[in-house]
Write a protein that binds this ligand. Structure first.
Ligand code: RM4
Ligand code: MN
Length: 388
């Protein structure tokens, strides 16, 4: 087994970014269920995220989605975050909720719509300048629904042009993170459907353009850990959007549907140096808690990532390497499975206790009275949700 203390040291430094939208109301196209106590503005989302960090010690930043998290003064928002002990993280652009974007945003056949989308992306960079964020995350809903609807090639040209313009606006310390998604909302072609498309565009752009792997954005059965290993080796793995899925882009709690897959992914991250000090991967959650309470949902998600990471770090890499070089198929597999089958909950409880945290963040939250307080205090106003 790997050295316990070394494993703990890496886990102590692990940072998981929370998505602001996980705290707002969400749902499916059939129904959005409102929950009592949900934040009414970005400041209240930050308070909730700060709770998750206070209880886990592992979630020191919150990603924003613009315009969902639009405020007049982003410096004030950054100050509020700092007061809560966290920072503002990735800025996620939103060019998918205006009527103008029916046929796409940056790949729209109409130049005026493309200009509008681009100016939103520039606005997001201005927000980053205010918040001090490093990453601009781009996910495009762009695509087509019917064969022949638009030229696949022309749309790639328009995409490349927009990405180059955005990349050119970034400062030396900012990065462009390009996310891909197999399908939805477009059902025939997506303009960035897979890691290869994202990777090719990022290569063209330069050093500070990297790929985001959203674990829910692949066809069923896709070997995501292979993609992770490949991108990490190529220096192009920029970020994760963690969530889990049974069918499509379900956005369920990470590690809920398939903890073994999460372990395999994090094993490749560790093997590629992505957990070592100085790595530059953003480990973000991208989830919605449609029916479960949101703050405990985020706590559980952070803990699931920590558990899978602990198991991945416990792999006896020397034993694995010797089994692999001896061609010992079953032996090598057994080394991996030994680590996966280890109960790491006592190790994580110990780690928390050493950091002055409650060993059980979910129980500590239930006892804290925070849930009751926000229900009592957050009365009136408009609750945050998709589109608000
Ligand atoms: C998209 C994609 C983006 C996220 C939005 C809310 O499917 O995953 O990363 O910002 O949803
Ligand atoms: Mn995502």
């Amino acid at each position: 087994m790997a050295d316990r203390e070394a494993v703990k040291q890496i886990l102590r430094a692990q940072k998981i970014e929370l998505p602001s939208w996980a705290f707002g109301n969400s749902g499916t196209r059939f129904k959005v269920f409102a929950q009592a106590g949900v934040p009414r503005n970005p400041f209240e989302k930050i308070q909730d995220a700060a709770q998750v960090h206070a209880l886990t010690g592992a979630a020191p930043s919150i990603a924003l989605h613009i315009p969902w998290d639009k405020v007049d003064d982003y410096r004030k928002l950054a100050e509020a975050a700092a007061e809560g002990g966290i920072a503002l993280g990735t800025i996620n652009a939103n060019v998918f909720q205006d009527d103008d974007y029916r046929l796409g945003s940056v790949t729209n056949p109409a130049p005026a719509v493309r200009r509008k989308a681009l100016s939103h992306l520039f606005e997001c960079i201005e927000v980053m300048d205010e918040t001090g964020s490093r990453d601009l995350k781009l996910w495009f809903a762009d695509g087509t629904n019917y064969p022949g609807q638009d030229s696949i090639r022309a749309r790639q040209d328009r995409l490349a042009e927009a990405l180059a313009a955005v990349y050119g606006r970034l400062s030396e310390r900012q990065r462009l993170i390009l996310e891909y998604k197999l399908f939805e909302p477009a059902f025939y072609t997506m303009d960035v459907p897979d890691w290869g498309t994202s990777y090719a565009h990022c290569l063209q752009l330069g050093e500070r353009a990297k790929v985001c792997v959203d674990t829910g954005h692949h066809a069923p059965g896709t070997n995501i850990e292979f993609i992770v290993a490949f991108l990490l080796r190529a220096g192009k793995l920029g970020a994760f959007d963690f969530n889990s899925r049974f069918y499509a882009d379900d956005d369920l709690i990470v590690g809920a549907a398939d903890p073994f897959q999460l372990f395999r992914i994090l094993f490749e991250v560790a093997a590629g140096g992505g957990m070592a000090a100085g790595h530059d991967i953003t480990f973000m959650l991208d989830q919605c808690h449609n029916i479960e309470p949101k703050i405990p949902g985020q706590l559980r998600s952070v803990m699931n990532v920590q558990e899978a990471a602990a198991k991945a770090l416990l792999v006896d890499t020397d034993a694995l390497a010797s089994a692999q070089s001896a061609g010992d198929v079953l032996g090598a597999n057994a080394v991996l499975m030994d680590a996966y089958n280890t109960d790491v909950r006592p190790l994580l409880a110990e780690l928390r206790a050493e950091q002055g945290l409650d060993p059980d963040p979910v129980a500590a939250y239930a006892r804290s009275g925070y849930a009751e307080r926000i229900v009592a205090q957050r009365v009136g106003g408009t609750q945050a949700g998709w589109g608000a």
